[in-house]
Design a binder for this molecule. Structure first.
Ligand SMILES: *Cc1c(COP(=O)(O)O)cnc(C)c1O
Length: 349
């Protein structure tokens, strides 16, 4: 049995705050500073994003990913519009209707996918299926990078999607709650994976990347960002002590921790997946391209893991999900591998 605070791989949100984000918050915690984003930390964080993306984007800071996604999509839609997404998209399955709520009724149109990836033909089919006044008009495509099951769109795939979007008059939104893992996985620049590939708006996740809280909504087209500040305020997403939502981003981006953290989670996932490949009864459900590993396990093995104190979710992706965060400890990964090996031997016997 493990002690209570032993590391688990059920969710990358089980982790704490990484040293770089923590240090920046501590540095921001000195004296007074103007409220509601008028402070120097907020300006510096927005500049850090512009440096990172090599362009003059507009940046807003929300408390979490649900708000960031919902408000970004609401900014792109009228209430009579619709948003095309994968059936497994977080906006569809895990946001309690927030995108529909904050857009005053824009409908999500889902595409059945394997691994959560949309394709140009699937978008075209859905966007052109109906063009009469009775159906909510498609206006936006949202993709999750990496997907909820850990697949990463290649740059060519994103470009093909954005080309299709342009032809169909659709905007392209990216849910990047694990943006850093995708960047590390592809080994590409943030600019190449977003605006250079035709992404209009990005939600860049800080929480899973090692911050206490916070997602950045990055607009690559200034026109789309018009009035977005009002939207944030109305939705309760304008932090009064904004410096504490902004400073961690300064710590993450200026030090490069964002990318190191993502790469570390990915490396742990890859190592774990390699170690369990070939174990009796164990089968990987999806290719491992970021920090997620989904395993099909015989019921006795899943139960055995739970009895040994391991926690994992089975409601996403139809298998046992293991997520490796910025702080994944190699010894804990090894302990999980060792327990799986023992259970696999028992399974085979
Ligand atoms: C975690 C996550 C989010 C953000 O979730 P919050 O709990 O609202 O911060 C958004 N999209 C995806 C794909 C996620 O995994």
């Amino acid at each position: 049995m493990t002690h209570d605070d032993a590391q688990q791989f059920a969710s990358d949100n089980y982790s704490g705050i990484c040293p770089e984000a923590w240090a920046a918050m501590a540095a921001a915690n000195s004296g007074h500073a103007p409220a509601y984003g008028e402070d120097a930390w907020t300006a510096r964080a927005a500049d850090a994003f512009r440096d990172l993306f090599e362009t003059s984007c507009d940046v807003f800071f929300a408390f979490n990913g649900t708000a960031a996604n919902a408000l970004a999509l609401a900014a792109l839609c009228q209430s009579y519009h619709s948003v095309i997404c994968a059936d497994s998209a977080h906006v569809e399955t895990d946001e309690c209707g927030a995108p529909e709520f904050f857009s005053n009724g824009s409908k999500l149109l889902t595409v059945r996918t394997e691994g959560g990836k949309l394709t140009p033909p699937a978008i075209r089919a859905l966007a052109t299926n109906r063009n009469d006044i009775h159906f909510p008009r498609p206006r936006v495509v949202t993709i999750t990078q990496p997907t909820e099951t850990g697949q990463v769109y290649t740059l060519a795939e994103i470009r093909a999607l954005s080309d299709e979007c342009r032809q169909l008059g659709l905007a392209l939104h990216m849910d990047g709650s694990r943006f850093a893992n995708a960047c590390a996985g592809l080994g590409c620049s943030p600019a190449d994976m977003t605006w250079r590939a035709g992404v209009d708006v990005l939600c860049f996740g800080g929480t899973k990347n090692g911050m206490h809280a916070g997602e950045a909504v990055v607009f690559f087209d200034a026109k789309l960002a018009e009035d977005f500040g009002y939207r944030c305020k109305q939705a309760g997403q304008l932090a009064s002590k904004m410096r504490f939502l902004a400073a961690p981003w300064v710590g993450m981006l200026e030090s490069g921790a964002w990318l190191r953290n993502g790469a570390h989670g990915n490396a742990c996932a890859t190592r774990f997946a390699a170690a369990v490949a070939g174990m009796a009864g164990v089968r990987a459900l999806f290719p491992v391209e970021a920090n997620a590993v989904f395993l099909s396990l015989p019921p006795a093995m899943a139960e055995g893991l739970r009895l040994r104190g391991w926690r994992f979710y089975t409601f996403i992706g139809g298998g046992a999900r293991f997520m490796f965060g910025w702080d994944a400890e190699p010894q804990r990964v090894d302990a999980l591998i060792a327990d799986l090996r023992l259970l696999a031997v028992a399974e085979a016997a």
